[in-house]
Design a protein around this ligand. Structure first.
Ligand code: KG4
Ligand code: ZN
Length: 349
């Protein structure tokens, strides 16, 4: 089954082409980062307009590069939530109309299920059950996964998401939005132990997170250093290092607790922040200590992409699911509302 995946939930236009038997045949990504950078965050209306400009050319590009034609498609998958309403509508309208014109089934995909199953695009996909840490710009969730569509929320952020904490702290350090990756690069030059930030909620039981206090702590340090006239490049790097260590340690500790509570031996990380190398290293070491395994998507598929949407589409269409011929989006859509399906195919990289 050959499925086209369309991702337009935020500021990336992603297209993927996934075949149940042959795996990922092609994908392309256009990032709007430069468009939004000067505003310090995503401007929803600009995002929607840019998705309109980019989606069809990218679909044509992916089909051409992989030697496929529109009529070869067996189904079309598009992200219908969660995300920005206008941005989602572009992908949903294009995906649904294309399916109607080609007389093929369409499937509305949950963006976070895309992230969660992205490690199945890798050659050594995780078996069920596993604990998933979903860390993106809008979500920080720990989920017990016992099958496709069988998700139980173990804990989540009560305020800022991990990516949001990265981005806000990056702005405070003078880095452009979204600054997560840039802050991580700056942290590499930072000296350990120069700044020790709070590890939010580690002293309490449970698997929820809170990151707004960490961001406020960064704000206070930056202000103090600025007033004292000592906020040079080395100080910025030291603060970035202290912030990253606090956040990564918090995520690692909660992941370890989740593995202990569930008794599972597999940990999956996904979402933009899972591209963070310190996080990947710390989680790998923790997993090894517990005789567990860490599964992470390749760096390109940690952040938003069309490949993960095509994959979920192929899995759900193969199980007989399809979405009625109406263009609908679900900007708020709890992961636990998804329907379970039997696993019929496996990711083949
Ligand atoms: O999953 P994603 O592409 O979009 C959402 O669905 O939100 O995640 C984007 C988030 C941003 O907050 C970005 O700063 C963060 O992922 N991010 C990183 C890194 N790369 C991306 N955060 C920390 N370290 C990185 N290397
Ligand atoms: Zn995402």
């Amino acid at each position: 089954m050959l499925v086209l995946g369309i991702e337009t939930s935020c500021d990336e236009t992603g297209i993927g082409l996934y075949d149940s038997a042959r795996g990922l045949l092609g994908e392309a990504l256009y990032s709007q980062t430069a468009l939004h950078a000067e505003y310090g965050g995503v401007v929803p209306e600009l995002a929607s307009r840019d998705h309109i400009r980019k989606t069809l050319p990218l679909i044509r590009q992916v089909l051409a590069e992989s030697g496929q034609r529109l009529r070869d498609l067996d189904g079309i998958a598009y992200t219908s939530g969660p995300g920005l309403m206008g941005a989602l509508l572009v992908g949903a309208a294009i995906g649904r109309s294309l399916a109607l014109a080609l007389d093929r089934p369409a499937i509305a995909v949950h963006h976070m299920e895309g992230h969660l199953l992205a490690p199945m695009l890798e050659p050594d996909p995780p078996d069920f059950p596993f604990v998933a840490l979903l860390v993106s710009g809008g979500h920080t969730q720990l989920v017990a996964v016992t099958g496709i569509g069988r998700y139980r929320l173990l804990g989540e952020s009560l305020d800022d998401a991990a990516g949001e904490a990265f981005d806000k702290s990056a702005l405070l350090l003078g880095l452009d939005y979204p600054g997560g990756a840039a802050l991580a690069r700056l942290a590499e030059q930072g000296r350990p132990g120069r700044f020790r930030f709070p590890r939010p909620m580690l002293d309490r039981p449970g698997l929820d997170f809170s990151f707004s206090g960490l961001k406020t702590a960064v704000l206070q340090v930056v202000e103090t250093q600025r007033r004292a006239g000592t906020l040079d490049q080395q100080q910025r790097a030291d603060i970035a290092r202290g912030f990253e260590e606090a956040l990564v340690e918090t995520l690692r500790e909660k992941c370890e607790r989740a593995l202990a509570e569930t008794g599972y031996h597999r940990l999956v990380i996904a979402g933009g922040v899972s591209a963070n190398l310190r996080l990947r290293a710390e989680l790998t070491a923790m997993a090894e200590r517990r005789s567990a395994r860490l599964h992470a998507p390749r760096l390109r598929f940690c952040t938003d992409n069309g490949a993960m949407i095509a994959l979920v589409g192929a899995l759900r269409l193969a199980a007989g699911e399809c979405t009625p011929a109406t263009i609908e989006t679900q900007p708020r859509w709890p992961l636990e509302q998804l329907t379970p399906i039997p696993l019929l195919i496996h990711g083949v990289g």
